[in-house]
Design a protein around this ligand. Structure first.
Ligand SMILES: Cc1cc2nc3c(=O)[nH]c(=O)nc-3n(C[C@H](O)[C@H](O)[C@H](O)COP(=O)(O)OP(=O)(O)OC[C@H]3O[C@@H](n4cnc5c(N)ncnc54)[C@H](O)[C@@H]3O)c2cc1C
Length: 805
């Protein structure tokens, strides 16, 4: 008889065993892990075993902190030593810019309760006797940093899982996967078949191949990584306590004590890929030959920073491979397009993230929700475009080479671009557009009309693009602005069951034909799954508009809930494009291009009509994110260019100006409008975000209703507010901590400069006790505490008269 399991985990590296353990801990014990060779036989066995809590994505930093805290518990539960060395560790700042950057990072970690602290040079000298302090300005100390024994940690998870009833099957390779008509998986192995309700791809270096078995491609690729291990160092041998780890961010190296010697690892600036489609099936527990020439430059810097290495013997070199994704974060969750096939792969920092991946995946499978905002790791954050070999090679190389580089909020990176361009890309470029990239799509950030050589300088402070953004904001407020809407996703939902289905999926009431509504979408726990706008084009035909970068994520959610018949969903995000035209002269411009009546009575706020605009057949929605009277004009993509030329010509006498995403942000802050990914995300609720105004609690049942109703009764503990900050040359960017009388009371979700109102503004989640208007608060901006106050109203047109004009 064929063995059957509820879940089969493929791969016995640190990630697979953590998933197994967390599932067993959640009560799913009829589960097995199958491993091709021995536990640890992929990347895991040769890892340096270092871990740290710090991560530039604060949600992931919190999950890393969970992983680290778990090790002691796992050791206890399993009885297997994990060789934990909780040494702490410091990141060095070796330039004034880096020091400012680290101070700013430190402020963000306070938002997460991560107990990092700044260190001055004297303290570094005392704690790190082998560091050359030349050029060192200071450091950021992470007490949670340390290292462990990769073999012990992997076996500890496996043993703890086995104690709870899970099985581990070794020396047996999965050779194929077939989904049967009843949706169970047949798992073919070297030693026969087994079946399972769910399979989890935790195959590390082989994960792409295991994906191919189910007909999918995953955006991950193995890359090489070197470290060296030294002989004993007398300066360390005499220490009473192990020296904490050191990362020389500007030198691309990390160092941790290993016995009385050290490990020195290198994040090389010229990294190389290894077996892009995955390791060979018979690849053993082998190392790759070291290529010292390639890492010579970084080693020289390392030997300067740690001069004792110049006189210490090298005991061994390690060059191994581990997997990278375009943004360096793992791929976890249900794989879109498949049923009961889960990803737990693409993990480049298994000892910092493995525990959290297991927890999130186990929550997701057993309770239907990962329990935290894991979008930064979700396999559905990428589309199929990211699996292209060249795209993957370029973006992963960029990530690896910049692993320790300073990242700036206004920085746009070049790899994998341009990939997706609208028909208007080149004309917008000729108008001076500077583009950013959203999910592979080039989107204008701002326009510099008369200076082809202009380049924005990455900065934590207001950049040299600030004056251009100001011009765009002011032109929109006084005349009209034209924004390309390529960053919106659009889905058509139609069929006899469309109304009933959408009524269940969305928490708002559905609009009448020809009308539009803002429609929060919730999960059963009452957390936000979308801030969609829904337009009713006919009784049985709707458009949903959301964020372009959420397409795969939203479609997965829709398909998970789609009835077998009666509802059709079509993704129009790339086949319909358009522009948002807004500002006091926008109606004049539209009227010049159409015979339709566009007066306020014929086309009021939140209504929608099909009409000719210039030569195009457009859908015109009276809606805008700028706070001005405005229209979103959508046309078949092939007509977008014609629309643009018509709008520009008609707009010229009315002072129309091209505007980009930065101006849109400034305009929305002045109106206190939130945006997905900052104010609205999986971790927030309608009550917190203010989206409860759009929830129709009395309309009958919908997903998340009970949880949202409970929150209405008890009141949300945190509220979204708009702050004015006393800032001079820098604005809040996101996740900065907010203080009241020395207590942390919240954090910024996003911020920027309101160019028209002349204020530094930030949207922020704060404890409800301090959410009252005029409450004085303090906010960290680039590491410095600044005074702020809660605003009672949006500073621009609080009554919304202009929007409805
Ligand atoms: C030199 C080096 C140093 C590193 N140092 C650190 C560090 O200090 N800290 C840190 O956090 N990370 C470090 N890493 C990265 C770390 O090793 C990885 O993040 C981690 O090991 C990934 O674990 P995994 O479980 O995802 O994959 P893997 O360890 O690759 O495990 C996948 C497993 O799946 C099995 N498998 C694959 N296909 C099949 C199949 N068809 N059937 C059955 N079994 C299959 C494989 O045999 C393998 O055991 C380092 C990596 C390298 C190369």
């Amino acid at each position: 008889m064929t063995d059957h399991y509820r879940v089969v985990v493929i791969g016995g590296g640190i990630v697979g065993v953590s998933v197994l353990y967390h599932l067993a801990r959640a009560g799913w014990t009829d589960i097995a892990l199958i491993e091709r060779a021995e536990l640890t036989a992929g990347s895991t066995w040769h890892a340096a075993g270092g871990f740290h809590a710090l991560n530039s994505d604060p949600n992931i930093a919190a999950l890393q902190s969970y992983t680290i805290e778990l090790y002691k518990q796992i050791e206890k539960e399993s009885g297997q030593a994990v060789g934990l060395h909780s040494t702490g560790g410091v990141e060095l700042a070796c330039s004034p810019e880096r020091w400012e950057w680290l101070k700013s990072e430190w402020a963000l970690f306070q938002t997460l309760d991560i107990d990092a602290r700044l260190m001055d040079v004297g303290e570094i000298e005392a704690m790190f006797p082998i560091v050359n302090l030349e050029g060192v300005e200071g450091g950021l100390f992470d007490p949670q940093e340390g290292h462990l024994d990769p073999h012990g940690a992997t076996h500890a998870f496996a043993m703890a899982a086995r104690k709870l009833g899970a099985k581990t099957i070794l020396r047996n390779r999965v050779t194929d996967l077939t989904q049967m008509p009843d949706k169970r998986w047949r798992i073919s192995t070297e030693k026969g078949d087994m079946t399972a309700e769910h399979v989890i791809n935790a195959a590390g270096l082989w994960a792409r191949r295991v994906g191919h078995m189910a007909g999918i491609d995953l955006p991950l690729v193995p890359m090489e990584h070197h470290f060296l291990v030294t002989d004993s160092i007398p300066e360390l041998a005499v220490l009473e306590k192990e020296m904490p780890s050191v990362t020389d961010l500007d030198g691309f190296t990390y160092l941790q004590q290993e016995g009385t010697g050290v490990i020195l690892g290198v994040y090389e600036r010229n990294p190389v890929h290894w077996r892009p489609q995955g390791a060979a099936w018979d690849f053993g527990m082998d190392l790759l030959p070291e290529v010292i020439d390639r890492i010579e430059d970084e080693l020289l810097i390392g030997f300067e920073r740690f001069p004792v290495l110049q006189k210490t013997g090298i005991k061994r070199w390690v060059n191994g491979a581990f997997t990278f994704t375009p943004d360096g974060n793992p791929l976890i969750g249900p794989v879109p397009g498949l049923q009961n096939y889960w990803a737990a792969c693409g993990c480049m920092a298994g000892f910092s993230q493995g525990g959290a991946i297991g927890l999130a995946l186990a929550n997701w499978m057993t309770e239907g929700d990962p329990g935290f905002d894991v979008f930064g790791m979700d396999v559905a954050r990428f589309g199929s475009y990211a699996c292209n070999d060249k795209y993957l090679a370029d973006t992963t190389r960029q990530f690896y080479a910049r692993r320790f580089s300073m990242a700036y909020p206004n920085e746009e990176l070049p790899a994998g671009r341009p990939l997706k361009t609208s028909p208007c890309y080149d004309v917008l470029k000729s108008e001076g557009a500077h583009f950013g990239e959203v999910w592979g799509m080039e989107t204008p950030l701002f326009f510099v009309p008369d200076d082809p050589d202009f380049a924005e300088i990455p900065s934590l402070r207001r950049s040299n693009a600030h004056p251009f953004v100001a011009q765009e904001v002011n032109a929109t407020r006084s005349h009209a602005g034209l924004f390309e809407t390529g960053i919106y996703a659009r889905y058509e939902v139609s069929g006899p069951g469309a109304e009933k289905w959408l009524d269940h999926m969305l928490s708002s009431r559905l609009p009448a034909v020809g009308r539009i509504r803002l429609a929060p979408m919730l999960n059963p726990a009452g957390k936000l799954m979308g801030d969609l706008t829904v337009t009713r084009l006919a009784d049985d035909r709707f458009w949903l508009v959301g964020s372009y970068f959420l397409q795969e994520w939203h479609l997965r959610w829709f398909r998970e809930h789609l009835p077998k018949t009666g509802v059709r969903i079509e993704n129009l995000s790339e086949s319909w494009l358009g522009f948002s035209l807004s500002g006091p002269r926008s109606r004049d411009i539209l009227a010049a291009l159409t015979g339709a009546d566009v007066s306020n009575s014929a086309l009021p706020f939140l209504s929608c009509q099909n009409m000719n605009v210039g030569m195009t057949q457009a859908v015109v929605a009276r809606i805008s994110l700028t706070g001005e009277m405005g229209y979103e004009i959508s046309v078949p993509a092939i007509q977008q260019r014609s629309l643009w030329f018509a709008l520009c010509k008609a707009g010229e006498p009315f002072g129309l100006r091209q505007i980009g995403l930065r101006a849109l942000d400034s305009l929305r802050f002045e109106k206190a409008y939130g945006s997905w990914g900052t104010e609205f995300a999986q971790s927030y609720t309608p009550g917190m975000s203010g989206l409860d105004h759009f929830v129709a609690f009395d309309k009958g049942d919908f997903i998340g209703r009970d949880a949202a109703a409970r929150e209405q009764e008890s009141g949300a503990s945190q509220k979204l507010v708009l702050l004015e900050i006393e800032a001079t040359d820098a604005d809040a960017a996101g996740y900065e901590p907010i203080w009241s009388a020395g207590h942390r009371v919240g954090f910024v979700s996003s911020g920027g400069y309101g160019h028209h109102v002349g204020m530094s503004l930030a949207l922020a989640y704060v404890d409800r006790e301090v959410a009252e208007p005029e409450t004085p608060l303090n906010v960290h901006i680039v590491g410095e505490e600044r005074a702020a106050r809660v605003l009672e109203h949006a500073p621009y047109d609080p009554a919304g008269k202009k929007l409805r004009a």
